[in-house]
Write a protein that binds this ligand. Structure first.
Ligand SMILES: [Zn+2]
Length: 298
């Protein structure tokens, strides 16, 4: 009798599909990596973009829509960074869990952004009324986002709330120790000057005390004029700039051109997780970024 009971139970278990794993859709690799730090293998993370893509302009492909449709939580930078594609993904996915409310997590809502425009003049380029959305290279903002994201995971997946708390404590301890190490290591960079390709480095530069003196693309999304480039050559030369910074996904030509004109090295930084071999996670991303800046500071 007992045997039959167990056989029936076994059949019942086999016939009932296993509970679906909690799924997260992350717009950018840095947030995918952060979810992994906070949730480990308890959740499945699908990352919508890679370090070699320009996240300002992503195509709302069916494969991405399918991932948003399955998601229990969407995690994105926000501050209008994904305005050209995320609303479309959400609309087409038709998944009410992530369309609004707790399942829709924007990192920008958890922090203050820099460079909020005082006027919304379109002649200023593709400006973001909510401020500069490229804040993933400020480790303090990353930590604030981690805390809010952890609370959100615990809220949506209460069965694992204790695990999330424990993993956040562990991540915070390792992250804060790393910040101290990065700050000590990057001390020689303080006061140095850089030219940037796109306006995507201000959080990193402010953190490390580096001064941004100019940009190849002075207005986001607007190609530079020849007059602007000529004045940039003079500026870069006269300032004895440390480097011309660009992200892994950006066209190297403008930076290489300026480097040729000025003798100041163009440096490709990973910008996010996966942007180079060393940037396998958030820790590697910061390690690599600082090492690459120090390499040209010598
Ligand atoms: Zn941008």
């Amino acid at each position: 009798m007992k045997k039959i009971y167990f056989a029936a139970l076994l059949l019942f278990c086999l016939a009932t599909p296993a509970a679906q794993a909690f799924e997260v859709f992350a717009c950018e690799p840095e947030w995918g990596s952060l979810v992994h730090e906070l949730a480990g293998d308890a959740v499945q993370v699908n990352v919508g973009t890679s370090a070699l893509q320009d996240v300002h302009v992503i195509e709302a492909k069916p494969s991405l829509i399918a991932k948003v449709r399955r998601a229990d939580l969407v995690v994105c930078s926000g501050a209008d960074l994904e305005i050209g594609w995320l609303p479309q993904l959400i609309r087409q996915a038709g998944n009410p869990k992530v369309a609004s409310g707790p399942g829709y997590f924007l990192a920008s809502d958890q922090i203050t952004t820099l460079e909020k425009p005082t006027s919304l003049d379109r002649s200023e380029g593709d400006i973001h009324p909510q401020g500069n959305p490229h804040f993933q290279l400020d480790p303090y903002r990353v930590l604030a986002i981690a805390k809010a994201l952890d609370a959100r995971l615990a809220q949506l997946d209460p069965a694992h709330a204790a695990d999330y708390t424990k993993r956040l404590e562990d991540f915070s301890a390792r992250w804060q120790a790393s910040i101290k190490g990065w700050e000590a290591k990057a001390a020689p960079l303080k006061g140095r000057k850089v030219v940037v390709h796109h306006l995507s480095w201000i959080y990193l530069l402010n953190w490390l005390g580096i001064e941004q003196i100019g940009a190849l693309e002075p207005k986001p999304g607007v190609p530079p004029t020849s007059g602007h480039l000529a004045s940039l050559v003079e500026l870069t030369k006269n300032a004895h700039a440390l480097a011309i910074l660009r992200a892994a996904y950006q066209d190297p030509k403008p930076g290489d051109w300026l480097a040729e004109q000025t003798g100041v090295p163009a440096v490709t930084l990973p910008f996010t997780v996966g942007g180079d071999d060393k940037s396998k996670d958030l820790f590697g991303l910061f390690d690599s970024t600082i090492d690459k800046l120090l390499a040209v500071a010598k």
